[in-house]
Design a protein around this ligand. Structure first.
Ligand code: SF4
Length: 686
């Protein structure tokens, strides 16, 4: 199984046991005031689980190059100590680790380091991502920065790292030099293709001169910038060849800028889509005789089987996976053991990882809330212990919070029983799995349920627990109450009319909705519902179709996807009291979903006051106070949720320790990330 993945490979002087690299992720653990404990624990667990080579999150080569407040800077002694601890921890577990040398350029966000002024870049081209206009680098700035990269590589080696990776992709400084969009210079560092690629080459040459030929140096090259004015395809190929000639030991191929109109890492992107870019560079290298420079593909691989497929024609050498190692540090070992079904899949939601990496909150994972908190919570055991100090606990509710609580309790060695009123596990998370692009949410439920069943946990489906069951629950040492939420009702004239239903009823039978549909509410659930009603249910788009649809091979990548209307033509309108539709959806995903809604013709009215629901529509007052009637054949209420937690006081009264988690704990800020994190914490607290 997976013969192309599980065979040794070499990057320069470094031999690796298999072909999966753990790709770089910024974690917001890098500058914590803990001597690197959290960072080291995070990487150590993944090294112990068989990651062949771990690439750290970007470490800025100087303070002005830091991407944000949580980025480490290699010249900072405290950050160096944390990095050194991480390298030691990885080596202690038998792993290898490369430090990523990073400079954000115009993507540096405010507050990166005290005293650091405006970001710097080849030219003063404003960035909508960082919302900043950088200062143009002087020739002196440029040579100093090249020296900083070289010194950073020496420091990485001195700190015990096995290699460095130069971040030259995703629109960061080096990539800004190669793209005509952001390099408007006409001097030694810009003006034509050769001068635009001089900076990356000088960076690589500087590093090579500083660390010698034997220290492995990977270069992350942008296979396609996916922005108008990005590095032209011919220049990407020429850069790849020139980097190989300048001594790169491997090319890791990234894709897309933060300002790109084409989604690259969202769940809507078919798995393996970006492998083609890596293969094209590999062919270009082979054509000029560089057969010893491995090419590493990345982005949108979440299963080892996909890596196997990408590697099977010999046109790629390695596959880098990043988020899948957050979701399941053991993805490699489980797959190697022939149990890929045991892998807790990354579902590409980005909610706890990429979205947080833009701020300062610790990066974690929706489906594995221990990620980023390894030093806080001990690893789970794989089998249940039935004797000793272990307890007997009931988990009521098998939504995502309850499932997480149950698997954590099992992992801690306790006896657990799970009760669920519905006949299937998953709760609200199962609704989400119907939304286009979110089909893999069902995988999380499958995984968690399978894990519990394999551990022998009784899963009582279709068993509603009420007050009459409290005496029985006294036999447990404690209860995790994860009974979730119910859709909130709306106190509005006409809300009881027969053509009005709540969002849960709408998700239960979307085919019953046709014609003109008004959704009252504009939060994440309303947006998901509108998306579900107007787009084909996870139509199997192939990577080739996706690339063609976005004109990825052309100079001007197209932002729009063609909407595929589901069944009968529907006209959907979202109404919101507030001003922002889709509030609460993470920044890496919201723009993609909003664009889908717009291209599907979904109407959006914000700043309205609901007046009345009538048999033929909804009457609202618009922002100017004028009454408007929105015709509707169906009205769906998505106006929030109420927690279900009636059992909590009864259990407390009966002397049963109880901890609430997920929706039962409150609906403020409720999402999957909060729910699973609370499930984890509840299991440790009870
Ligand atoms: Fe994947 Fe979502 Fe976890 Fe990020 S938070 S690693 S996208 S499952």
């Amino acid at each position: 199984m997976y013969d192309h993945v599980f065979r040794p490979g070499a990057i320069g002087t470094m031999t690796l046991p298999h072909r999966i690299v753990m790709g770089s992720m910024h974690l917001n653990l890098e500058t914590r005031d803990d001597d690197g404990a959290a960072l080291a624990a995070f990487y150590a667990e993944r090294a112990a689980a068989g990651a062949a080579l771990i690439v750290t999150g970007g470490v800025a080569v100087n303070a002005v190059g830091a991407g944000g407040p949580g980025y480490g800077v290699i010249g900072d002694s405290r950050d160096r100590a944390a990095l050194s601890a991480a390298a030691r921890a990885v080596h202690d577990r038998g792993g290898r680790i490369a430090l990523q040398l990073f400079h954000a350029g115009r993507y540096a966000r405010p507050g990166a380091r005290e005293g650091v002024g405006r970001p710097v870049a080849p030219s003063p081209v404003h960035s909508d991502f960082s919302r900043r206009t950088p200062r143009e680098m002087t020739p002196g700035d440029i040579t100093t920065t090249i020296d900083d990269f070289a010194e950073g590589a020496c420091t990485a080696r001195a700190l015990g790292f096995d290699a460095v990776e130069v971040m030259g992709s995703e629109g960061y400084l080096i990539n800004q030099f190669t793209a005509p969009l952001t390099n408007l210079r006409d001097d030694a560092w810009g003006g034509d293709a050769e001068r635009r690629r001089r900076f990356p080459l000088e960076v690589l040459r500087g590093i090579r001169a500083a660390v010698g030929r034997d220290f492995p140096v990977l270069f992350r090259i942008s296979g396609n910038d996916l922005v108008t004015g990005g590095t032209p395809p011919g220049e990407v190929t020429a850069l790849a060849v020139a980097l190989a000639e300048a001594g790169a030991d491997a090319l890791s191929v990234g894709v897309g800028w933060h300002e790109s109109p084409v989604p690259t890492v969202q769940s809507q992107v078919p798995a393996g889509t970006w492998a083609a870019g890596g293969k094209a560079l590999k062919r270009a290298l082979l054509a000029v005789g560089h057969k010893d420079v491995p090419v590493i593909a990345s982005n949108r691989f979440n299963r080892i089987a996909q890596a196997e497929e990408a590697l099977s024609d010999g046109e790629l050498d390695f596959v880098a996976m990043a988020r899948p190692f957050l979701a399941d540090p053991e993805i490699v070992t489980k797959s190697a053991a022939g149990r890929p079904d045991q892998v807790n899949l990354c579902i590409a939601c980005n909610e706890a990882c990429i979205d947080r990496s833009f701020g300062t909150e610790r990066v974690s994972c929706l489906v594995n809330p221990r990620a980023g908190h390894e030093e806080e919570f001990p690893p789970r055991r794989s089998t249940r212990h039935r004797s000793g100090p272990f307890g007997r606990y009931a988990v009521i509710g098998a939504g995502i919070a309850g499932l997480e609580a149950a698997r954590t309790l099992v992992g801690l060695g306790h006896h657990v029983e799970v009760y669920e009123a519905a006949t299937r596990a998953g709760g609200q998370f199962r609704l989400a799995s119907q939304v286009p692009g979110k089909a893999e949410f069902a995988e999380t439920i499958r995984h968690h349920v399978t894990e519990l069943l394999e551990a022998g946990v009784p899963l009582h489906l279709g068993r509603r627990i009420g007050g009459e069951d409290v005496p029985e629950l006294r036999s447990f040492d404690g209860v995790v109450l994860a009974t979730g939420v119910l859709p909130a009702r709306l106190s509005l004239s006409g809300a009881e009319l027969p053509h009005v239903r709540d969002y849960a009823q709408a998700f239960a039978d979307p085919d019953a909705l046709h014609g003109r549909i008004v959704i009252i509410g504009g939060g994440g659930i309303a947006v998901d519902l509108a998306h579900t009603l107007t787009t084909a249910p996870d139509a199997k788009v192939t990577p080739e179709e996706f690339l063609a649809r976005h004109a990825v091979a052309e100079d001007t990548p197209r932002p729009e996807t063609e909407p595929v209307v589901r069944g009968a033509l529907r006209e959907v309108t979202l109404l919101r009291r507030g001003w922002r539709i889709g509030e609460g959806i993470g920044p890496s995903t919201r723009w993609v979903v909003m664009r889908s809604l717009r291209s599907a013709g979904v109407g959006m009215l914000t700043g309205v006051t609901y007046r009345e629901i009538t048999p033929v529509g909804v009457i609202v007052a618009d922002a100017e106070g004028r009454d408007r009637s929105i015709p509707a054949d169906h009205v769906v209420l998505a106006v929030g949720q109420v927690p279900v937690r009636d059992l909590a006081p009864l259990l407390r009264e009966a002397g049963v320790p109880v901890v609430t988690a997920g929706g039962a704990a409150g609906t403020e800020g409720l999402n999957g990330v909060r729910a699973t994190a609370e499930g984890l914490r509840a299991a440790h607290r009870i």
